[in-house]
Ligand binder design. Structure first.
Ligand SMILES: [Zn+2]
Length: 279
């Protein structure tokens, strides 16, 4: 058993953590307000991924990603005060995740995994919506108590507050489990963004449907991280029906999908772990 934290240190940690949640709570009604903590937290995650040598600095894959990412950022940027950036990361399991501060990480394997542009756009729009809704920040605040011991141990080693909090976030990146409501909200906002960007919002539904009857062990992490697909499909379909002026123009048939072109075995150059953290 690890030694319990001294109560003085415990109080100090609790104060630091509550400062973060108070600031974000106080600013929640004003979506345009910039919170420095968000940028700081995002930078801490970026630094960690860079130090693990996972951030892809250059690759032909960016040429495939860029047009979709740019179109989404163009319509979504006005809803988030920090620049939205799509960063490729090397990992074998197809996924994408958003961190506070505007960075959306796209795993290279996702680009090979998706069957069409609409599925990729749907995934990216969903992640951008987590950013806009500040879901990661909210979850970190909620997780503080559970992770207090881990956070306390990290503070003893001397990282910054943001770095300390980010440990909780990065530790969770591969087992993201938002509630069904949070996921559905991100789906709905994401479908609005995709529609505005000109991408058929049915893409996310197609992705869900492909794995609806698959054995849990075979479901890619992308979808097991974001559970309850049946309800999420129903929620999206209802949203499409409720807003025919936006969604009736889009074809629900996956046969209408646009192929997504990605170079086979594209080369990847990684950001060196000792490179500067500035983006
Ligand atoms: Zn999600």
């Amino acid at each position: 058993m690890p030694k319990p934290l001294s109560s003085k240190l415990g109080v100090r940690i609790a104060l630091l953590l509550s400062m973060v949640s108070l600031v974000s709570m106080a600013q929640a009604p004003l979506p345009e307000t910039v919170t420095d903590q968000e940028t700081e937290l995002g930078q801490a995650v970026y630094d960690e991924l860079r130090d693990k040598g996972e951030i892809i600095e250059s690759s032909p894959l960016y040429q495939s990603l860029k047009p979709v990412a740019d179109a989404i950022a163009r319509v979504a940027q006005s809803r988030y005060p920090h620049p939205l950036k799509f960063i490729l990361v090397h990992e074998p399991k197809p996924n994408a995740f958003a961190t506070p501060g505007g960075n959306i990480y796209v795993l290279d394997s996702l680009l090979y995994f998706v069957k069409n542009t609409e599925q990729l756009a749907g995934t990216l729009c969903h992640e951008v919506s987590h950013t806009i809704h500040r879901d990661a920040v909210a979850r970190m605040a909620k997780a503080q108590k559970i992770e207090m011991r881990e956070i306390g141990a990290a503070i003893l080693l001397g990282p910054t507050l943001a770095g300390t909090l980010a440990i909780g976030l990065t530790g969770d990146l591969h087992s993201l489990a938002y509630s069904r409501d949070i996921e559905s909200n991100a789906d709905v906002t994401g479908s609005d963004i995709c529609a505005a960007a000109g991408y058929n919002p049915w893409g996310l539904v197609w992705l869900f449907r492909e794995f609806q009857d698959t054995d849990a062990a075979q479901v890619p992490q992308l979808l097991s991280d974001h559970p309850a697909n049946g309800v999420r499909i129903t929620t999206l379909e209802q949203h499409f029906r409720d807003n025919p002026s936006v969604f009736s123009q889009f074809n629900p048939d996956p046969k209408s999908a646009t192929p997504f072109n990605v170079p086979k075995d594209a080369s990847e150059q990684f950001l060196r772990p000792d490179a500067r953290g500035d983006q």
